[in-house]
Ligand binder design. Structure first.
Ligand code: IDP
Ligand code: MG
Length: 135
């Protein structure tokens, strides 16, 4: 087992619903430590850059509009197998397909407004953490 770091974002829908605390509790209950945290509203420019891997997708503009629609909480989580563990806690991208007890199944409305972001691998975790947190 290795200690890893992963990037998590609590998206505007969850911030608006006042459930930041409930989501943070899920991370902590699963042994993930919050080692960085910043609340911020993303500019369109920064959002486009963050999601550039999806720029050719039909939902790209909606995705950028949604993530810039209100403040978000950007987090770095640390723990054993943090990247995969966080993906498990989050649940599937589409809340309708997410397993019961996951953040998305319990708190998310739709595939767009799906409460959380989480890095999907070692390389993206590294890149996404560096994107938001210098050094
Ligand atoms: P992930 O957030 O579970 O890693 P990705 O495939 O990386 O999912 O997609 C990034 C984000 O883009 C998703 O969280 C979701 O908000 C949005 N998204 C993904 N697929 C669709 C879709 O088919 N329609 C609308 N939005 C989508
Ligand atoms: Mg992803």
């Amino acid at each position: 087992m290795t200690t890893e770091r992963t990037l998590s974002i609590i998206k505007p829908d969850a911030v608006k619903k006042n459930i930041i605390g409930k989501i943070l509790q899920r991370f902590e209950d699963n042994g993930l430590k919050i080692v960085e945290a910043r609340m911020q509203s993303l500019t369109k420019e920064k959002a486009k850059e963050f999601y550039k891997i999806h720029s050719a997708r039909p939902f790209f503009n909606d995705l950028v509009s949604f993530i810039t629609s209100g403040p978000i909480l950007i987090l770095v989580l640390e723990g054993e197998n943090a990247i995969e563990k966080n993906r498990k806690i989050m649940g599937a991208t589409d809340p309708k397909k997410a397993e019961k007890g996951t953040i998305r199944a319990d708190f998310a409305e739709s595939i767009d407004a799906n409460a959380v972001h989480g890095s999907d691998g070692q390389d993206t975790a590294k890149g996404e953490i560096a994107f938001f947190f210098k050094n």
